[in-house]
Design a protein around this ligand. Structure first.
Ligand code: AMP
Length: 295
């Protein structure tokens, strides 16, 4: 496994692999890798070559957010990549990605103006810009993103379509702890009490799925039931909990097409996100536990 710090090193490797006719899969991450990231890497092994980028992208953090405290453990990340068949880690410094006079951005409208985009106004501009750069640097055939960040996945798919990137974007299911909490690098911030309180996210999701499967189609009723459940836990504060069309991200009142039920919830000072997609026609949501974390 190679570890590249510069864009030039990555390009040299990619050139050699391309000359050999090999296919390339990219898994973009911010590091502090866990089983969620690992599932993306495993899926990416359907390519001949797997590239993982590890870069805590300053552009996607707001001024009051956790850029400086974001957890990092490169030694452990390298181990996980090595054990899972990664061929190349791209781990640039910020200056390698952004020259001091950097001034070109990928700025999407509409899809970025809902959900996380409302509370993190600069976030998706940073995400779209860095992912575009990674696509240009690595030129992958396929790129892998988690459904945990459902809005991000929808945005990247739209960006690829709108800007004609020659890459297939593949969404991978949410990986959870045994008790249901979605795996996240930010779970590290939680103390013991907050870790217990954080279960209201996944529990409210189970409640929401049950209500939908029983036939409820009024989104206000569903949102209220889920919010009431979450707000009964004193350590948490809801940032948003909304039901949107899973492609357009527009809020829906009557549930008719596949919908995304998405939330961001502060547990103490830690902001966690979670979601599920519900397909009305099939009266079915995607399975809650993946085979990897079924006990
Ligand atoms: P991050 O390092 O948090 O930027 O995440 C990198 C990628 O891993 C993103 O595409 C995330 O959606 C994905 N990811 C993070 N946590 C999970 C999880 N629990 N299950 C599946 N994918 C995840």
């Amino acid at each position: 496994m190679k570890i590249a710090k510069t864009i030039e090193e990555v390009r040299e490797c990619i050139k050699e692999w391309r000359n050999e006719g090999l296919s390339i899969g990219l898994v973009p991450t911010m590091g502090y890798l866990h089983e969620g990231h690992q599932s993306l890497v495993k899926r990416a092994c359907e390519n001949d070559i797997v590239v993982v980028s590890i870069f805590v992208n300053p552009m996607q953090f707001g001024p009051q957010e956790d850029l400086s405290s974001y957890p990092r453990d490169l030694a452990s990340d390298i181990r996980l990549c090595e054990e899972n068949g990664v061929d190349l880690i791209f781990n640039p410094q910020s200056g390698e990605m952004y020259e001091s006079d950097f001034c070109s951005y990928v700025d999407m409208s509409v899809l970025t103006e809902e959900l996380c985009g409302l509370s993190r106004p600069e976030h998706f501009r940073g995400v779209c810009t860095v992912v575009s750069k990674l696509f240009n640097i690595v030129t992958p055939d396929r790129a892998y993103f988690g459904e945990k960040d459902a809005q991000q996945l929808a945005i990247i798919k739209r960006m690829v379509r709108d800007l004609n990137f020659n890459v297939e974007v593949i969404g991978c299911p949410i990986i959870r702890e045994k008790d249901g909490l979605a795996k996240s690098s930010r779970n590290k911030y939680l103390n013991e009490e907050e870790r217990k309180a954080a279960l209201v996210l996944s529990e409210s999701i189970q409640l929401g799925k049950k209500i939908l499967e029983e036939g409820e189609r009024d989104s206000a009723v569903l949102v209220k039931a889920m919010k009431d459940y979450i707000e009964a836990e004193p350590l948490v504060r809801i940032d948003y909990l909304k039901i949107v069309d899973s492609v357009s991200m527009h809020q829906v009142e009557k549930l008719e097409s596949p919908v995304l039920v998405a939330m961001a919830v502060f547990v103490g000072k830690t902001r966690l996100i979670d979601n599920f997609i519900f397909s009305i026609s099939e009266n079915r949501s995607d399975s809650f536990y993946t085979s990897e974390n079924r006990s």
